[in-house]
Design a protein around this ligand. Structure first.
Ligand code: ADP
Length: 223
């Protein structure tokens, strides 16, 4: 199976981005680079970045573009990403970040495509309030589909909890930030002929299958 890919995955909160990104990273043997997971790890480790990020994250606001772009640039410079590729989850989420990403990739590592997982807002609200997340590996569960053994992750044994920003108030702020800051990226990437829109309101296996077909097509075109 051919491995390697360079992807950005967009989608509103609760669209199933995290779930699909994990699967895509296994399928293509590339790192899943989630800015949310990186920041949550920094908060847990009480690093300088984590201390700066914590309150903004809890209320659901975005961090400064340059701060987040520096963090992503450092991660993308690592060997696994430069040689095999990456799945970017949660970045870019403003037009300014998308421009910074262009600079980071520097024409040397062009994106194969940008996957836009589309789901209606009415559906994501219910998904988000019932969502539970592993604090260690970021695996996603819900009150309807809990882990097998109590609230411990099936994959790594970590504690599975409700994210501090999965409250109704923070969810509203995050969805508003998405509409305001991230939706313009759809046009940004459409104009660059990179956008692949996938219906996220179907079983996760079907979303993955459709995404892989689209990505394979793009990879063939670019090779
Ligand atoms: P969401 O479900 O809201 O997409 P993430 O796990 O991707 O959650 O991110 C959690 C929080 O981390 C965001 O609400 C924001 O505070 C911060 N964050 C993550 N990625 C970015 C980014 N690219 N730019 C600015 N802030 C970010």
């Amino acid at each position: 199976m051919p491995t390697g890919v360079r992807l950005v995955v967009l989608g509103r909160q609760g669209a199933g981005k995290g779930t699909q990104c994990v699967r895509l990273s296994h399928r293509y043997a590339v790192p899943h680079i989630s800015t949310g997971d990186m920041l949550r790890a920094a908060v847990r480790a009480r690093t300088e970045l984590g201390l700066e990020a914590e309150s903004l994250m809890t209320t659901g606001e975005l961090l400064p573009d340059d701060l987040i772009s520096r963090m992503v640039a450092e991660r993308l410079a690592e060997r696994d990403a430069t040689t095999r590729g990456f799945i970017l989850d949660g970045y870019p989420r403003t037009v300014s970040q998308a421009e910074m990403l262009d600079t980071i990739l520097d024409g040397e590592l062009p994106l194969h495509c940008v996957v836009n997982l589309e789901v209606p807002t009415s559906l994501v609200l219910e998904r988000l309030v019932s969502r539970r997340t592993c604090v260690d590996c970021g695996a996603i569960y819900s009150i309807h589909e809990p882990p097998i053994q109590g609230w411990n992750c099936d994959t790594c044994g970590g504690e599975v909890v409700q994210r501090p920003d999965d409250t109704t108030e923070a969810i509203t702020t995050r969805l508003q930030a998405y509409e305001r800051e991230t939706l313009p990226l759809i046009q940004f990437y459409e104009a660059r002929a990179l956008l692949e829109t996938i219906d996220g309101d179907q079983p996760a296996d079907d979303v993955l299958a459709e995404t892989v077909i689209a990505v394979e097509h793009r990879k063939k075109e670019m090779s």
